[in-house]
Design a protein. Sequence first.
Length: 149
Amino acid sequence: MTAPIHRKHAAPMRWDGVDVLAYKRDPASPFRDVTRQVLFDDPALASQLRYFEVAPGGHTTLERHEHAHAVIVAHGRGRCLVDGRIFELALHDLVRVPALAWHQFRAAPDAPLGFLCMVNAERDRPQLPTADELAGLTSVPAIAAFLRE
């Protein structure tokens, strides 16, 4: 199948021919109010470009992978936890998520957070923290507070 050359912007952060999908189907992966869109999935690129939108007060799953991510904030604002550090996020910020780094993205309470995410086309499945790993993360007060938000 040939990937489209052009996809017209149809509405704010929506594109013609791109479905708005559920973020995940796995109920064991806790998250709140997140959608995803696959913008490009072309084998010639060996990567996939996705757009995630987190509704105000929502968050992605706390997880890690063997693959890295490249993230660009495209809409709204929020915060993220990456590799033991918390960052404020604003429009056009760039975030590199290293392989095997625990990460989670959270929208501000009063604004959505939309971001473009580039990942390998062939990638591993997310790993959720074990009870011991979560205890280690939450032993840092700032991370514990971030995860409670």
